[in-house]
Design a protein around this ligand. Structure first.
Ligand code: SF4
Ligand code: SF4
Length: 186
């Protein structure tokens, strides 16, 4: 498969692994703050199956967004967003992998092969301080090597806390700001 375009990032030019090739899933599934577009609502400028109808003048928020499928050439074909019904994104400088389910397919990340791959990525990420988090709109579930933990909708002051219980066992829960600050001082 031909590589995608080279884009500017805060760390310099980066050649994407792929192009969108007619996928428009993020224009419906993800929030676009500058467009006042909530999650799960199709952007009024999206031409489904083709791309952005205002490509030349789209806001920077859209211009600068590249999902995991575009960034990570090692993802298998099952992760094409419209096939998976899941959009992969990264944040916390790449330490957190987010899997956003298409609200039309709310069980998307509970299906195989996705569920096992997310658990496998959690097994690799957790010992390095990373996280693997699945979303259904604002509903949050944290992946551990052997299961997922549903945390529900997090408040603005809530944090995801993942605890190493030893012997390969992990747990996850939400912490309020004060409890999270106390944990950092331990
Ligand atoms: S989900 Fe990824 S591949 Fe699909 S339109 Fe958005 S950026 Fe492109
Ligand atoms: S402006 Fe274009 S890229 Fe941005 S959400 Fe709308 S259709 Fe998608």
């Amino acid at each position: 498969m031909a590589p995608g375009p080279t884009v500017e990032t805060p760390n310099g030019p980066f050649t994407l692994a792929r192009s969108c090739d007619g996928c428009t899933l993020c224009c419906r599934v993800l929030e676009a703050v500058t467009l006042n577009k909530p999650m799960g609502v199709l952007c009024k400028d999206c031409v489904v199956g083709t791309g952005c109808g205002i490509h030349a003048t789209r806001p920077d928020e859209c211009r600068n967004y590249h999902c995991g499928w575009l960034i990570d050439g090692s993802l298998g074909p099952e992760w094409q967003p419209e096939k998976a019904h899941i959009i992969i994104t990264y944040d916390l400088e790449g330490r957190r992998l987010n899997a956003h389910a298409d609200p039309l397919y709310p069980d998307a990340w509970r299906q195989e092969p996705y569920y096992s791959q997310l658990k496998g990525w959690a097994a690799m990420a957790l010992p390095r301080g990373g996280q693997v988090v699945a979303y259904l709109e604002k509903d949050v579930s944290v992946f551990l090597p052997d299961r997922h933990v549903e945390l529900g909708v997090l408040g603005a002051d809530d944090f995801i806390f993942i605890e190493n219980l030893g012997e390969g066992r992990w747990d996850a829960r939400r912490l309020g700001r004060e409890e999270a600050m106390a944990q950092r001082q331990v």
